[in-house]
Write a protein that binds this ligand. Structure first.
Ligand SMILES: *Cc1c(COP(=O)(O)O)cnc(C)c1O
Length: 328
């Protein structure tokens, strides 16, 4: 299968630089990949995925895209911008606090429902369909309802997977890995936030067989242990695009679940501390849902000696969510 086409949306390569103060604090050689600085709709890892996803939307001849997610979804914000550029109608089913049925609804509230990303979605013309809180399956059912309504109104609809995690999203991060090869070598560990899985999968695919071990820090509880299986499937799709079989197995996908805290979208004390640490030592901002929790993990893993040597932290963006959190 030929490699898929893309439409340009983000400014590449994103910067990669060393964190001198935290390298010293943590006793590692710490670097950061700045996907918060894609130059596209306030940055974040979804811009890379959308370059391939929107090319597929256009190839399908779709007139509308229907997504779903938490109301503060960074993906929906960036999708809205990508659809605006290409004249595609953009709708999304959202919940304030979607959760995993087996984990139950977290007691604490998720980050605030009405400002931040939601405000930008409005500016971009995204049609948000708010549903009552429920589990992810309930949210997918609302998404299907929105798709039916748009089709009935005459649109040709492209159904967006959660977080843009189809094989196109994973493929974007294979290419992101290739981009890093031009910027920094001899990386021992790469630490990234992970949720719908295509960021982690693409990077793990690219670095399989090298010295670089990719560690994903989950933003979601995974009571049914489904995330890694989904990622193995994505990686198999990448094999086809790449015309090269890396045969990624569950053992190749190091996904850590210990830094989720009380639930998806609920800020954690460790995450808040990590956000403050990076802000106060390096002047760089992280978000409370994903990158703050991932950086908390990086600090813990470095302090306990589980990661060492040259470490690359992948900044996946998400900064608008800082304006949705009640307080620091
Ligand atoms: C979506 C997102 C992630 C997770 O990426 P996936 O590819 O969905 O696993 C991490 N950080 C931020 C800021 C995000 O918006």
């Amino acid at each position: 299968m030929p490699a898929p086409p893309k439409v340009p949306l983000v400014l590449l390569p994103t910067p990669l630089h060393r964190l001198d103060r935290l390298s010293e604090d943590l006793g590692i050689d710490l670097w950061i990949k700045r996907d918060d600085l894609t130059g596209f709709a306030l940055g974040g890892n979804k811009g890379r995925k959308l370059e391939y996803l929107i090319a597929d939307v256009l190839a399908c001849g779709a007139t509308a895209v229907v997504a779903c997610g938490a109301v503060q979804s960074n993906f929906i914000r960036q999708l809205g911008a990508a659809c605006a550029i290409h004249g595609i109608r953009c709708a999304a089913a959202v919940m304030d606090r979607p959760y995993y049925a087996a984990a139950g609804m977290p007691e604490k509230a998720a980050i605030g429902p009405r400002n931040a990303n939601v405000r930008i979605d409005g500016l971009l013309g995204v049609e948000l369909h708010h549903a009552e809180d429920g589990d992810w399956e309930a949210l997918y059912a609302v998404q299907d309802g929105v798709i039916r309504d748009l089709e009935a109104a005459g649109d040709k609809v492209y159904k967006m997977p959660i977080g843009g995690s189809s094989v196109f999203g994973a493929w974007a991060f294979v290419n992101a890995g290739r981009e890093v090869d031009e910027q920094l070598t001899d990386i021992d560990y790469l630490v990234t936030s992970s949720s719908s899985g295509s960021t982690h999968t693409g990077l793990a695919w690219h670095f399989k067989g090298t010295r670089t071990k990719v560690v994903g820090i989950s933003a979601d509880p995974d009571p049914d242990r489904e995330l890694v299986d989904d990622m193995v499937e994505l990686a198999a799709g990448v094999d086809q695009f790449a015309d090269a079989a890396k045969n990624v197995t569950p053992e190749d996908l190091d996904l850590r679940l210990d830094w989720v805290g009380e639930g998806y979208g609920v800020p954690s004390a460790a995450g808040t501390n990590a956000i403050q640490t990076l802000a106060r030592r390096e002047g760089i901002l992280l978000d409370p849902v994903y990158s703050g929790k991932a950086f908390a993990a990086l600090m813990d893993l470095a302090k306990s000696g589980q990661i060492s040597g040259r470490v690359l932290f992948w900044h996946t963006g998400g900064i608008p969510a800082l304006f949705a959190a009640d307080r620091e």
